[in-house]
Write a protein that binds this ligand. Structure first.
Ligand code: ATP
Length: 230
């Protein structure tokens, strides 16, 4: 099986299905996009996968091979990450590392490694409050990689960014996908086309299209049509 498989995943709020019977299969070693317009149920789906909220019904299974240390399974960057702006980038990653169980020495060395990976080495002594949106997202990605997760889940990592920040984060994701599997949500098809191999399109809580992006592009020729249909 893939890294995560869901069957009939459903979340109901006040009698309405925010996520409505979704079957997902997230493969290892690829980048997968969860695409859908505002309110489609992307965040709700990711929150169930990460265990932040419980599903109303349906099942989520994880690959048995990685169940030895479940904490290492997923790294998650929520849509609106909160940072301690008065800390420097380095302090923030060291603090996060210690929260994840590393010793101070281990956290320091991991922080050097991760801040270099996300291109923040030169800014690591600056306060996070002075970081641009793109730098904050890259710091958040570094934080979610602390425990070397099998799967990195990013909820709309570029939607709130200006063009420069957006480009920085997309390029970083392209680098990261060589090292870890990525699942990210977006409402922009172009972002998915640029970096993903697999795509799941959801609308009003239901899965409407899924599969290999290249095959879908061939099949639909003008892929944007499947997002714009009401
Ligand atoms: P966006 O791109 O705007 O973040 P999304 O695809 O992530 O959208 P969700 O945030 O998952 O969508 O929301 C899906 C639906 O579920 C929406 O109609 C939303 O109002 C509803 N919803 C989400 N969380 C709750 C909640 N805690 N209580 C009630 N309704 C909720």
């Amino acid at each position: 099986m893939g890294l995560i498989k869901t069957v009939g995943l459903t979340k109901t709020y006040n009698g309405t299905n925010a996520v409505d019977g979704i079957d997902l299969s997230i493969k290892e070693g690829v980048c997968t996009a969860l695409l859908g317009p505002n309110g489609a149920g992307k965040t709700t789906t990711l929150n169930m996968l990460t265990g932040l909220i419980n599903a109303t019904s349906g099942t989520i299974s994880f690959d048995d091979r990685y169940m030895g240390d479940r904490r290492k399974y997923i790294g998650y960057l929520p849509q609106y990450p909160k940072f301690y702006g008065w800390m420097t980038g380095e302090e923030y990653i060291i603090f996060s590392g210690q929260l994840a169980g590393l010793t101070k020495k281990e956290a320091l060395s991991r922080s050097d490694e991760l801040l270099s990976l996300v291109g923040l080495s030169e800014d690591k002594k600056k306060r996070v409050s002075g970081y641009s949106g793109g730098m904050k997202q890259r710091l958040g990605i570094a934080q979610s990689l602390i425990h070397s997760p099998k799967l990195l889940i990013l909820d709309e990592p570029v939607s709130a960014l200006d063009p420069i920040g957006r480009r920085e984060v997309l390029e970083l994701m392209k680098t990261l996908k060589e090292k870890t599997s990525i699942l990210f949500s977006t409402h922009v098809l172009h972002d998915a086309e640029e970096i993903c191999e697999e795509i799941f399109i959801i609308k009003k809580g239901k899965l409407i299209i899924e599969g290999d992006l290249v095959e879908l592009q061939r099949k639909y020729q003008k892929p944007t049509i499947y997002l714009n249909t009401e």
